[in-house]
Design a protein around this ligand. Structure first.
Ligand SMILES: Cc1cc2nc3c(=O)[nH]c(=O)nc-3n(C[C@H](O)[C@H](O)[C@H](O)COP(=O)(O)O)c2cc1C
Ligand code: SF4
Length: 486
């Protein structure tokens, strides 16, 4: 079943079922490497998105065996595996599932909004292996004793929409979704819902609002979290696309096999989307907590070094919301807990690498501008504060900044996110560690996200900001820059 909530979309397109394999390069952006293949095992097959390929490679076997057992056993296996959510917060899926009160109807909502700057791994999962995601949804529905799942996919992801629509039709036709699936008395429906293309709708309560047909603005939490009162005020689990895509493999091989990969704190693999100034950017599936950033950026098996042999200047370890890392953090293992303790976050697994030629002020402006434009406007510190931040940064970049602007930027940030902000390298700077997430005066973390690039850039590259600000006593001073480009 396909439906659309878009207000920005101009044409229809409901129920599109065309295979588009012929005109799109296969798995564009995916880089095959020696890491585990828990969610990307079919990515090198040209027909990875088809039911035929999925079934020939073990697809829909896990759900059959899950249905033969009890829902409680299925939920326990996910808990045992310590499957951490891949949407940003890294919360264990099995624990979250346990928060649902015994109230029906209840819902599963799959978060396929993926809009964090630098993130493009869920899109690949939806385009390349939609049946894997659908099987993950079916397993979750059965484990949670519910029969209605909504797959919310970002509006701009046309190929993902088409492939999921096709896969849903195939699975309905085969009797894997709908009433009496696999000949049992279990009934599960999955609805594909097209988003309108807004970053904030990736926040789970804004997504729920959007699904209900309202403007996509976050709800205040607490008092209610979606697991207790979510969609239509009924218990709702919101999980990320990658989180659920792990389930077919996990149930086929068991939690012990899953935990052989990764570290004790973060078992399994992680899809990392790397962009920026490396020689081989793309999406890599790597073991969590095993590979370091240095290995990832410089290893032959991964990104093969910084472009033109340049030095690294900084990198964002977990999407635009994350405080920046520098050379000193290169030997950290890529794992949520370690990255958090070092003053940033692994977030959505989007890593942006910037080399020595990068203008720190420009990079900061670009990220802040994104948050200013994507603020939903519901709370004043974010709506007004992000706009102020963008305007101040723009005038500094344009060469019209005032000497007090640097401190003003930090002050505006502290109105959105009071108190010390997590920064990388707190140890070497003799500071008390402040772990993610920061404090906030806002309803959701989007506002504080705009503070991360500002704090990072000013702490490390204050002199670059100062160099762009004309000396008020010098009438010949001109630090004018060109317009910020792409
Ligand atoms: C501003 C903002 C944007 C977010 N965008 C996404 C997103 O695009 N995809 C996603 O899965 N989670 C996103 N999240 C996190 C979700 O709110 C939620 O935690 C997640 O979908 C839960 O899934 P998981 O437990 O499987 O990680 C976002 C959070 C915030 C605050
Ligand atoms: S922090 Fe920003 S995006 Fe989040 S609810 Fe408030 S105004 Fe909206």
């Amino acid at each position: 079943m396909v439906r659309q909530s878009a207000t920005r979309r101009e044409s229809g397109g409901l129920g599109v079922t065309t295979h588009t394999n012929d005109y799109v390069p296969h798995a564009a952006g995916y880089v095959d490497n020696e890491g585990p293949k828990i969610v990307t095992s079919r990515f090198t097959d040209r027909d990875s998105h088809t039911l035929e390929r999925f079934e020939a490679t073990g697809g829909y076997r896990s759900i059959r065996s899950v249905i033969a057992g009890s829902p409680a056993d299925a939920a326990q296996l996910v808990k045992d595996a310590v499957l951490l959510g891949r949407g940003g917060a890294g919360f264990p899926a099995g624990v979250k599932w346990g928060f649902m009160p015994p109230v029906w109807p209840r819902y599963l909502v799959v978060n396929g909004d993926e809009s964090e700057p630098g993130t493009y791994k869920d899109r690949l999962l939806m385009e390349q292996d939609p049946h894997q995601l659908i099987e993950g949804c079916l397993i979750t529905c059965y484990a949670l004793g519910l029969n209605m799942c909504f797959l919310y996919v970002r509006g701009e992801m046309a190929l993902a929409q088409e492939r999921i629509a096709t896969a849903l039709n195939e699975a309905y036709e085969a009797g894997y979704i709908g009433q009496n699936i696999f000949g049992t008395d279990v009934g599960i429906d999955i609805v594909l819902h097209w988003g309108a293309g807004a970053y904030i709708v990736g926040e789970e309560t804004a997504l729920i609002e959007s699904l209900e047909g309202n403007r996509g603005m976050p709800r205040l939490k607490p008092p209610f979290f979606p697991a207790a009162k979510g969609l239509y005020m009924k218990p709702t689990i919101v999980n990320n696309v990658e989180t659920l895509s792990n389930l077919p493999w996990l149930f086929q091989h068991g939690s012990a096999a899953y935990k052989q990969y990764g570290s004790e704190k973060s078992p399994g693999s992680r899809m990392l989307a790397i962009s920026g100034h490396v020689n081989r950017p793309g999406v890599y599936e790597v073991e969590q907590g095993v590979v370091t950033f240095r290995e990832l950026f410089y290893g032959d098996n991964y990104c093969q070094g910084i472009r033109d042999g340049n030095d690294l200047k900084m990198f964002i370890p977990g999407g635009g919301s994350a405080p920046w890392f520098f050379e000193d953090q290169l030997d950290l293992k890529i794992e949520a807990a370690d990255v958090g303790a070092a003053g940033s976050m692994l977030g959505s697994g989007a890593i942006v690498v910037m080399d020595e030629t990068t203008d720190a002020v420009k990079a900061c402006l670009r990220v802040v501008r994104f948050f200013a434009r994507e603020s939903c406007g519901k709370c004043t510190p974010c709506r007004e504060g992000t706009t102020w931040e963008e305007q101040i940064l723009q005038r500094i970049y344009d060469g019209h900044g005032r000497p007090e602007d640097i401190d003003l930027l930090l002050d505006v940030g502290s109105q959105i996110s009071p108190g010390p902000y997590p920064v990388a390298g707190w140890e070497s700077e003799g500071m008390t560690p402040v772990a993610f997430p920061p404090k906030q005066t806002t309803i959701c973390p989007l506002g504080p996200s705009s503070v991360a690039p500002i704090t990072s850039a000013i702490r490390r590259f204050r002199s670059e900001f100062e160099a762009k600000i004309p000396d008020p006593d010098d009438s010949n001073s001109d630090s004018t820059n060109a317009e910020v480009g792409s």
